[in-house]
Ligand binder design. Sequence first.
Ligand SMILES: [Zn+2]
Length: 233
Amino acid sequence: MEWQPNDETMTWAKEHFASIPTGGIWAPDGAGVQYRKMEEDTFALMMMYNHPDAEDFHQKFMVLFTAAGYKVVEGDEYQVINPPMNADDQARMDIEQKQLLAQGWKCGECGYMLHECNLSSVEHEYVDTVDAPLSDGNTHTIEVWASKIVCGGCGTDIVMEPDDFHLLAGDEHFMQWASESAHYRAMPRHLVKQAADAGDTEVHLMGGEADGQKTPPWLWGLVCKRNAFGEEE
Ligand SMILES: [Zn+2]
């Protein structure tokens, strides 16, 4: 029997497909398929895992696409990928897939490719502290941060989730932060050892604050190289 979406799913699908810009990608988490919106009313299948589950998802998505009024074609660069065998590899491949998608992100104002912007000038900024609800009814406090870059095409400030910036720019630009008086960069273990052996004093164990400012949560507990501004390295 053919799978049929319920009304709620249909409403969601229509809104969601319509909201994807032409050229945009739809890659539902864990489904092992990826589509690109080619025109107002057309999607192309770009990638599918060589796995019966992916085929099954694709058949269901075809029902959704068709019912929402879209054509689906096979993309020119359509590829079948052998899915990874274990959960770790699967997780790594999901991240690689997301990183790949991030390489296609563009400035909403002028269409300039975000990965071509000056990513080293990123500013990680503290926004707010909020109480997030937990499923057991309690709350816990989380700090909200934003990562800001400047569009290389039109000069607009582009503010994004730090996790999205991480996908876009990788560890090099993500695992660092500047206070008003110094720059901090997370150190790999071999450099921490070298610094310890050499008695380097510009090594900083990152807590919740540095130079009187809040520090990004993703650097907490890491050993960072500290370079004070206005001094030689
Ligand atoms: Zn721009």
